[in-house]
Design a protein around this ligand. Sequence first.
Ligand code: 13P
Ligand code: SF4
Length: 339
Amino acid sequence: MSVAVEIPPTVREELSPLEQQRVLARVRLLLQEQDAVLVAHYYTEPGLQALAEDTGGCVSDSLEMARFGSRNPARTLVVCGVRFMGETAKLLNPEKRVLMPAIDAECSLDLGCPPQPFADFCAAHPDRTVVVYANTSAAIKARADWMVTSGSAEAVVAHLAGQGKSLLWAPDKYLGDYVRRCTGADMELWDGSCVVHESFNSLELERMRQRYPEALVLVHPESSPQVIAQADYVGSTSGLIQAARELHSDTFIVATEPGIFYKMRQAAPGKRLLSAPVAGRGATCRSCAFCPWMAMNHLSRVAHVLESGENEIRLPADIIERASRPIHRLLAFTAAHPA
Ligand code: 13P
Ligand code: SF4
């Protein structure tokens, strides 16, 4: 089933250079005082990513964000991303305090997969192994056998298909379709999508490739099949950064959220990195390739949650027990099958 999702406007924080310096200094002090560390996604604003790197935190894709909290000794994890990322950190580290600068930062995949319809979907396919994408709530993970991320989905699904299992997949239909085509697995798909990646336009991309014939195309697998079909490389955010560094081209067209350019420029200095075209312009553009929820992670909100202790992720004990199982299964799998 498909659930309509409302997209909020993308609101960035405008700080003067002086205010920015003050907030940065305050956050650095609070992180030390509170034995806290920043765990940031590549789609957050560059200033936050730089701060996370500079203070011993992490900037990564959702798989590494999940791993980092358990490896790092800090007592408090400040998760700069969207809500499911904070929940995953809490599920894996229930003894730690997990704060989110933007606890109201949702994800269209998570919003588009509510617990009751999902339970009905599972009940309609009782013989299928339930595989859910990381971009889901803890309640959905509690109903799942496996959790996967974009960086691990293909390997896990190939492994399960190799055991003769039929799968139920939720919520991203595009990633599900891509993995199904790569592996040949028998997969029943939920009808969900990422409003950001869905906005990349395949016809405009064809035109852009004609204008830049030397460019290689890097695509996140939450994009439509018509966009994926034009890719020279398909992968997770970490995979895309690695591809920009390693592939032999000086120009790349990149179909993912533009926040990634901060780390991609560091990884591939001197290369030309172009955003893939989106459907619509100005007012007709649904998200203009920006994730409006990731943009809620303002620097001053980081200072505020550390000062106030607000926005702590709290989950019921039974949900922690059930929802952490499919994540631990994934982490054990990736440890045994390094990419
Ligand atoms: P990655 O795991 O590739 O970072 O993807 C997370 C995400 O939300 C992409 O839209
Ligand atoms: Fe969710 Fe898409 Fe934003 Fe990623 S980019 S957090 S999938 S809405």
